[in-house]
Design a binder for this molecule. Structure first.
Ligand SMILES: Nc1ncnc2c1ncn2[C@@H]1O[C@H](COP(=O)(O)OP(=O)(O)O)[C@@H](O)[C@H]1O
Ligand SMILES: [Mg+2]
Length: 277
């Protein structure tokens, strides 16, 4: 008897989890996390954003009004992830609240502390298509929780000379986490942020990045040029393509989101199946 294809509906899809990570601060992690979550929601995907950076920049961007609860309650009190989410313009946000900065200390004696987020995400696996995790700089307990929970790591990198060292470090870290704590983790790719147009310095960087990425087998997903409209959109809590749809930076951002969603099996508003990841 021929087998009947089972439609890939909400009940059978599994959420894909992307950590946006780079040990270095100021390279565009939060900007990229917000872009992916907001653009996923704009395309009708069920999107969750998890702010694991105690600085709370993703939280402020997605939810400019104060939030009362967030991811810290899930980590410290074992509250269900769904119970700490708030709506942020169509994105379900697990916010960073000030008490998150004590995570390393507060969780130091908790058994299985690195797997807390992964376990909390389990019950949400069929309720969302995409979870994007913003991570703090460095490799403390919070960043490690993100890498243990994720399927993919997206690495934003600044378009500057020494950026390869940090990017290479993230790739190495992903390899180590895959060996010891999360076998399904892989690198989704690198995104160049604050790209500075066709200057000679920039062209040298682009060429060096191309060679480096080829040697490492890491996809270069795209680039978002440096533009004040990116910062303006953040300050207003807006999604860049809504704020300045005709700007070159918004076109860059949409191209990056397109490429990322294609790699994740989330293009055309369809969710990822287990097989696609
Ligand atoms: N394409 C861009 N053009 C201009 N400014 C940008 C761009 N991308 C990021 N920024 C700015 O750079 C700073 C650092 O970005 P952010 O996403 O917060 O980095 P991280 O999360 O890695 O610390 C922020 O002030 C942000 O507004
Ligand atoms: Mg940040």
């Amino acid at each position: 008897m021929p087998s009947i294809p089972i439609p890939e509906d909400a009940a059978t899809r599994r959420m894909v989890v992307v950590a946006v990570a780079n040990q270095k601060g100021g390279v565009g992690k939060t900007t990229m996390a917000a872009l992916l979550a907001q653009e996923a929601a704009a395309r009708g995907l069920r999107a969750m954003a998890i702010d694991l950076d105690p600085q709370g920049n993703l939280t402020r961007h997605l939810h400019p009004a104060p939030v009362r609860t967030g991811v810290a309650r899930m980590l410290y009190e074992k509250a269900a992830l769904e119970s700490v989410l708030c709506d942020a313009g169509g994105v379900s946000l697990a916010a960073a609240t000030p008490d998150l900065s004590a995570a390393d200390l507060a969780l130091s004696s908790k058994p299985g502390r690195d797997g807390l987020l992964r376990r909390a995400l389990g019950p949400c696996a069929h309720a969302y298509d995409l979870a994007v995790i913003d991570t703090p700089p460095g490799l403390g307990c919070l960043a490690f929780n993100a890498l243990v929970a994720a399927d993919f790591v997206l690495i934003p990198t600044a378009a500057e000379k020494f950026a390869f060292d940090e990017t290479a470090e993230v790739v190495d870290t992903v390899g180590q986490v895959r060996e010891c704590a999360n076998t399904r983790l892989s690198v989704l790719g690198v995104v160049v942020t604050r790209w500075q147009g066709r200057t000679i310095v920039q062209q040298d960087f682009d060429e060096a990045l191309r060679r480096w990425a080829e040697a490492k087998g890491v996809p270069v997903i795209g680039r978002v040029r440096q533009s004040v409209v990116v910062q303006e959109a953040q300050a207003l809590g807006a999604h860049l393509p809504d704020y300045k749809p005709d700007s070159p930076a918004a076109a860059d951002a949409l191209a990056v989101a397109d490429a990322a969603f294609r790699l994740l099996g989330l293009a055309d508003g369809k969710g990822a199946s287990d097989g696609a990841a």
